[in-house]
Design a protein around this ligand. Structure first.
Ligand SMILES: Cc1cc2nc3c(=O)[nH]c(=O)nc-3n(C[C@H](O)[C@H](O)[C@H](O)COP(=O)(O)O)c2cc1C
Ligand SMILES: Nc1ncnc2c1ncn2[C@@H]1O[C@H](COP(=O)(O)OP(=O)(O)OP(=O)(O)O)[C@@H](O)[C@H]1O
Length: 316
């Protein structure tokens, strides 16, 4: 997939193209429907492109913290779109200035030179300065350029429109089963393993400490059952894991951290990239009365996890 960085105008393109527009955070089931439609309609020689925004407009314009963090990092998004057979990704630097573009300028100047055959959007799509134009406005402006607009009904779950915002809320509340149902895969964060305080090893629960995950929305502090994928040069391995996400009050932790205790694994993974996949919230984070109580509870967490997974419980 070709990635094109856009700070002002996208470069002209000659290939007939179907375009999708938006932030596409998490590439949830609603977004996937647009991509499926684009692939179904694709004719020989046609390409699929995504006009994606670097930051959520409500974060840039209102600094609303709900829109600061993401379900997928920039790299994740590129992988997901490539996997969905997207040929070109326009990475639009969404700034306060960009938000001043009117619907007319957007269609005529931003999209005008892309040789578009069609644009596919969800039914509530709005765009342009002040989100002033809707799908009807888009269709009228696109008609001038000979571009057809396809509007798809919202994909819903429990009669609610699936949205990235709602999924981010669910992650923040630890509702990982709902998140998985709406994304079509578990919520996951990819980062690099760094050295922690090595206390976990002494406690009998060595953990992988995950860094470089600042882009992601933070799950509700607590213990989760999940899977860790360890990326090697040409392959990867998956391990059932207990994930601890939070501030670690028992050991006077101050910053939010994510660490994973891999069941039935021992080895050194410092410097490796790993993907932590959240399956199920097990309990909230607690401020235990000392390390002994913490260890007792970690043992209980492991027993519970093994029982859920049907794995042997090997107590010393
Ligand atoms: C299964 C599990 C459950 C945990 N639960 C808590 C908890 O409830 N409260 C807390 O303060 N820390 C909790 N932790 C975090 C530990 O305090 C942390 O793993 C330990 O301090 C080791 O940190 P280190 O890897 O930086 O050495 C938990 C860790 C694991 C693996
Ligand atoms: N549930 C859905 N069903 C169908 N299309 C959708 C759905 N959600 C979003 N879309 C469409 O996907 C494109 C990208 O939308 P966008 O990234 O703004 O999604 P969103 O989930 O509504 O985001 P957010 O909640 O962060 O505002 C738009 O065309 C939008 O209309």
């Amino acid at each position: 997939m070709e990635t094109i960085e856009v700070t002002a105008l996208p470069p002209a393109s000659t290939k007939p193209t179907t375009l999708l527009i938006g932030k596409f955070d998490g590439l949830h089931l609603g977004h996937q429907q647009l991509l499926n439609e684009a692939n179904t309609l694709r004719e020989s020689g046609e390409e699929i492109a995504v006009f994606g925004f670097s930051d959520h407009p409500l974060w840039v314009l209102k600094e609303d913290s709900k829109y600061e963090k993401s379900l997928s990092s920039y790299q994740d998004k590129l992988h997901l779109l490539e996997h969905a057979s997207v040929d070109r990704y326009y990475h639009i630097y969404f700034t306060k200035e960009y938000a001043q573009i009117t619907p007319e300028q957007f269609v005529r100047e931003q999209l005008g030179q892309l040789n578009l055959t069609r644009v596919i959007v969800g039914e509530g799509f709005q765009f342009g300065k002040g989100r002033n134009a809707d799908v009807r406005g888009l269709a009228n402006l696109c008609k001038e350029q000979g571009i057809s607009v396809i509007t798809l009904p919202h994909v819903t779950f429990d009669n609610e429109k699936i949205s990235s915002t709602e999924i981010r809320n669910n992650v923040a509340k630890g509702r990982m089963e709902s998140v998985q149902a709406l994304l079509g895969r578990p919520f996951e964060t990819t980062g690099v393993v760094v050295k922690g305080e090595a206390l976990g090893r002494q406690l009998g629960f060595p953990t992988l400490n995950l860094a470089e995950i600042e882009e992601y929305v933070e799950p509700n502090p607590g213990v989760y059952l999940g899977v860790v994928e360890v990326h090697y040069e040409k392959s990867s391995a998956h391990y059932f894991s207990l994930i601890s996400a939070g501030y670690r009050p028992t050991v006077n932790g101050e910053t939010y951290k994510v660490e994973a205790y891999l069941l039935d694994f021992s080895g050194d993974l410092y410097g490796r990239n790993i993907t932590v996949k959240y399956l199920r919230f097990m309990r909230g984070e607690e401020n235990f009365n000392g390390l002994d109580e913490l260890v007792e509870n970690m043992k209980e967490d492991e027993r519970n996890a093994r029982q859920i997974l049907g794995l042997d419980i090997n107590e010393e």
